[in-house]
Ligand binder design. Structure first.
Ligand code: ADP
Ligand code: MG
Length: 456
């Protein structure tokens, strides 16, 4: 099963990343085993494994998830003792895993960029308060015209859309000015090219190649921190391009001044243009992104339905990064299409238990009970008491509902915390409030208000 899926994932990759990248990076991977929720690949060197993991890891993982395999992690390690043939250039197999595989050919004469992801365009980028400025700056740069801010420096945490925006800029420039030479690559790849041209004694070619572009985009520049000769070369390339008024776009996981191991002259160069950051997502942006991705997923999985409230639930609970959010949604769709069940809140919680645990926001049941009691002017003891008058029972149900939504406690555990009630009582409460929210504005508002207070 895993092998078949891997075959399919490989075919998809071939189509999306291009033949060359496929041959260099994917073909040499050897599927070893699936143990638990981890899929192991043997790679020729650590560098190779690192590279594939960073550049293609997400895509490969997504491929397996799309095919319905419950995979959480990929592992790329050097297989000790195993014979790992080096295939790309058809040379004889090497026994030692320590021999680098990257000796295929001299750097190609064409531009050595990374492939652009077809999905990373402006029209698929959802704009909200946290990324408004970065988006506007990216748009401006992509419209061409006189170079006003150089470089554009985008920074922010993992999975907040830096790479997406960079690809979007590249696509847009290519659409508007097909003759412009746009080069997008990761800082790692820049380093790799640099090291390779040193090895092949082709620094001249390297310099020519990088200095002939109209737009240079280097992603994840923090990677060259501490790598002195690469930094030097980067600095010279950078200056040469700025002197010719060529646009440069850089991204990093933090502000230029905060990247340790980066030379001061480079820091100040990077700060000399426009520096904008992508803020952590807020609830509204996450919901917007989920809605847009849901529409996209729905095309692949006709007939799959997410119950009301599932997207809201995900947007509340997964606040770490957008990639995780997307992964969760993909998994839900795959799951629903496999088992042919509607995705209710319960199904979603079960199916995503691991992800939810990892991004738990640590709201406690005690807090929920206190806030809800406050809100409805009840005593704490009322919330836990056996009284069933509506004036007490309804708030108690709201609190149970919120406990289910905002914590990862099980139903029996929640029941216990509400004066030792049975888990069926909790289920009933959750259903009741879900129903009422749809028809009773007052309840819907109360729940929303409480949710915001608890998550603030
Ligand atoms: P980063 O480079 O900052 O780590 P990415 O650009 O790779 O993050 O984004 C991670 C994933 O989240 C990508 O699939 C991307 O399409 C998606 N994503 C991030 N922000 C947005 C957004 N505002 N709208 C739509 N998708 C987004
Ligand atoms: Mg990125």
């Amino acid at each position: 099963m895993t092998k078949d899926t891997w075959g399919r994932v490989q075919n998809d990759l071939k189509a999306t990343i291009g033949k060359d990248a496929y041959k260099n990076w994917i073909d040499p991977l050897e599927l070893v085993e699936k143990s638990g929720n981890v899929i192991r690949f043997a790679v020729p060197t650590n560098f190779f494994g690192d590279w594939v993991s960073r550049n293609y890891g997400d895509r490969i993982l997504q491929g397996f998830l799309d095919d319905g395999l419950p995979v959480e992690r990929l592992d790329f390690s050097v297989s000790r003792g195993a014979v790992t043939p080096v295939k790309p250039n058809g040379s004889s197999p090497v026994k030692s895993a320590a021999r680098p595989v990257i000796k295929t050919a001299k750097p190609e004469a064409d531009l050595p960029g990374s492939p652009l992801d077809k999905r990373f365009t402006f029209d698929k980028f959802v704009v909200g308060k946290p990324n408004e400025l970065a988006h506007a700056a990216a748009r401006r740069v992509s419209e061409g015209g006189p170079v006003t801010f150089n470089p554009l420096f985008l920074y922010g945490g993992v999975g907040l859309g830096k790479t997406h925006l960079m690809h979007a800029i590249a696509w847009e420039i290519q659409n508007r000015q097909p003759e412009a030479k746009v080069l997008y690559l990761s800082a790692e790849q820049f380093m790799y090219r640099f090291v390779q041209s040193l090895r092949f004694k082709d620094m001249h070619g390297f310099k020519e190649m990088f200095r002939s572009v109209d737009v240079l985009m280097v992603d994840d520049v923090q990677f060259i921190a501490g790598k002195e000769s690469t930094q030097d070369e980067f600095f010279h390339t950078f200056n040469a391009l700025v002197d010719q008024s060529k646009q440069i776009v850089i991204s990093a996981d933090r502000a230029p001044g905060e990247i340790s191991g980066l030379e001061e002259r480079i820091k100040s160069r990077l700060q000399s243009g426009l520096v904008v950051d992508l803020h952590p997502t807020d609830y509204e942006l996450r919901l917007g992104i989920l809605q847009s991705k849901q529409a996209a997923q729905a095309q692949f999985y006709p007939g799959v339905e997410l119950a009301n409230g599932v997207l809201e639930f995900l947007a509340h609970r997964i606040s770490t990064n957008v990639r995780v959010l997307e992964g969760a949604l993909t998994r839900l769709f795959a799951f629903a299409s496999l088992v042919g069940r509607e995705v209710t809140l319960d199904v979603a919680q079960e199916c995503l238990a691991d992800i939810l645990r990892a991004s738990d926001r640590k709201v406690t049941i005690d807090e929920i009970i206190r806030k809800v009691a406050d809100h409805y002017n009840l005593r704490l003891s009322d919330m836990l008491s056996p009284r069933r008058a509506r004036s007490v029972a309804r708030p108690r149900q709201v609190a149970m509902f919120l406990s289910k939504m905002l914590t990862s406690k099980s139903l029996p555990e929640i029941g216990r915390r509400f004066g030792g009630r049975d888990h069926t009582t909790v289920i009933h409460a959750v259903r009741k409030i879900e129903e009422l929210k749809a028809i009773d504005n007052q309840i819907a508002e109360d729940v929303e208000l409480l949710r915001r207070m608890l998550e603030a």
